[in-house]
Design a protein around this ligand. Structure first.
Ligand SMILES: [Zn+2]
Ligand SMILES: [Zn+2]
Length: 343
């Protein structure tokens, strides 16, 4: 099979992903083999490739996988041959520890990330334990399903962690793949809430997409919005939005940071942190880490019901480096998806 493989970490501008011909993987007991149709491109892949995370090298990245079940391992019976299946960031967890037993398998010490600790979806085929694959609702196409598996599911989890109530104001910092899905959930589940979107200055494409999806106010990070935020989600790789979000939070408000790592380049901005301005009056800061199967299982049917139709920018498998460079530059509109049959 064809796969884009990461052998050595390095800046994405140096095209570290290499096209390789590899043996097609065989499904073990209770595993399925998926013929991949679409795989989303995620900021976490930049963190792996550029060495802010430590992937198990060599590795095939990619954790927003949609395809067709085309081989069943011994004892696998959750899917039939020909069924569509999705695979997300959670590739496995121990199932026995206290975290796993209490619905927090995302925090399991043996958590394995798809495309990081186990081979992922930048390839024509992959294998996974059947319990860590999900049926894809009929209403969603393969390319639209892919970004829902990470950007969507983690956005759903982050939104759940904000404790937003209908009628309250939610702030979104950064308006990429996750945020553009979150705003659609909010407009559906919290019709009386307002959504304020903060982007980098000059991100006009992101801003016009936010407007189109019903943002109630759009500005730059650091601007004063027309009301304090009851809660907020920071989707950016930068530090400034944490400080600026905390500044414009309402008393008792909560900021949820949805980033697996932050870049070092604007770390100095943290020196602006002032206790009474940013933290006092019971403001909270919480991060979101990984996802559970429950997040994906709840979110996919909700996405189909709303329906959420992610804006997708398509690339061929061999254009993976290129797609990630665009993502890094903030030039991707909506969600980037690799299409295996794309010419
Ligand atoms: Zn992701
Ligand atoms: Zn565990």
């Amino acid at each position: 099979m064809k796969a884009m493989v990461l052998k050595k970490t390095g800046p994405i501008e140096e095209n570290p992903l290499e096209l390789q011909d590899l043996p097609t993987p065989q499904p073990g007991p209770h595993q399925i083999r998926v013929k991949i149709s679409a795989c989303g491109v995620c900021h976490t892949e930049l963190d792996e490739i550029e060495g802010r995370l430590q992937p198990k090298l060599p590795v095939i990245p990619g954790h927003q996988i949609v395809g067709t079940v085309e081989a069943l391992g011994h004892g696998a019976n959750k899917f039939k041959l020909g069924d569509r299946a999705g695979i997300a960031w959670i590739n496995s967890a121990c199932g026995k520890c206290d975290f796993c037993k209490h619905g927090n398998e995302n925090l399991c010490s043996e958590f394995q990330g798809t495309g990081c600790d186990a081979n992922g979806g930048y390839a024509e085929y992959t294998v996974v334990q059947e319990d860590f694959a999900y049926p894809i609702p009929e209403r969603l196409s393969d390319p639209q399903g892919a970004p829902l598996l990470c950007a969507g599911a983690i956005g759903y989890r982050a939104l759940r962690l904000t404790n937003l109530r209908d009628g309250q104001i939610l702030g979104l910092f950064g308006f990429g793949a996750s945020a553009h899905i979150v705003i659609q959930i909010v407009k559906y589940q919290y019709p009386n809430s307002k959504v304020f979107v903060f982007t980098r200055p000059g991100q006009t494409k992101h801003q016009s997409l936010a407007k189109q999806l019903g943002a109630d106010w759009i500005g730059a990070t650091g601007d004063n919005p027309p009301g304090s935020l009851n809660c907020a989600i920071d989707f950016t790789p930068a530090w400034k939005p944490i400080i600026e979000a905390m500044r414009v939070l309402e008393k008792g408000g909560r900021l949820v940071v949805n980033a697996i790592r932050k870049e070092k380049k604007d770390l100095d901005y943290v020196l602006n942190l002032d206790y009474p301005t940013h933290l006092w009056l019971e403001k909270e800061l919480k991060t979101v880490a990984n996802i559970t199967r429950r997040d994906v299982e709840e979110f996919l049917p909700l996405a189909a019901e709303i329906p959420i139709t992610p804006k997708v920018q398509k690339f061929g498998l061999e254009q993976a480096n290129e797609a990630l460079i665009l993502l890094k530059q903030g030039k991707m509109q909506g969600a980037g998806v690799l299409i295996m049959s794309y010419q």
